[in-house]
Design a protein around this ligand. Structure first.
Ligand SMILES: [Zn+2]
Length: 160
């Protein structure tokens, strides 16, 4: 029942929420180094309620991992410019273990993509916590788990 509510909720919010999430390039899933199950990677672009580009993110997760971990890089800032100068990148992990789930800010060396330059300057965990727009990041994270169809589908199936 929870997964049903979650998926309906996700579809509804995708169009009326504070953020609009659009899919970028498709990445072919790869085999997980630890178990051979599929590792998915997503590229997404985010615009605000006025339709202005405000963020982009990468997300990666593996089918069948019990903690349902999702690793994210969110680049926030001036996405209307070709230059990443006025963007900064937040490295965030999501975990779902029983009743304990949530997002954690991580240091940049914990991101799985070797720091793609398009996201701008990679913030340390301390810099991210002190960032003036950290509340926007948490609101976006909250939206991602219900409003990104691939991610909400992954989280809806409790991994064995
Ligand atoms: Zn694995």
């Amino acid at each position: 029942m929870q997964s049903f509510i979650r998926s309906i909720f996700g579809l509804g919010r995708k169009h009326v929420g504070r953020f609009r999430i659009e899919a970028g390039d498709y990445h072919e899933p790869k085999a997980c180094a630890c178990c051979g199950r599929l590792v998915h990677s997503l590229t997404r672009f985010v615009s605000d309620a006025n339709g202005d580009a405000m963020a982009a993110y990468y997300a990666t997760y593996t089918d069948g991992h019990p903690d349902q971990q999702i690793r994210l890089i969110i680049g926030l800032g001036e996405w209307w410019s070709d230059e990443p100068t006025n963007r900064r990148a937040f490295t965030i992990w999501y975990r779902n273990v029983g009743e304990n789930y949530g997002f954690m800010l991580r240091d940049p060396e914990d991101n799985p993509w070797d720091g793609a330059a398009i996201f701008g300057k990679y913030l340390t965990r301390a810099e991210a916590l002190a960032d003036a727009e950290i509340a926007t990041i948490w609101a976006l994270c909250d939206e991602i788990v219900v409003g990104d169809p691939e991610i909400s589908r992954f989280l809806a199936v409790k991994q064995a």
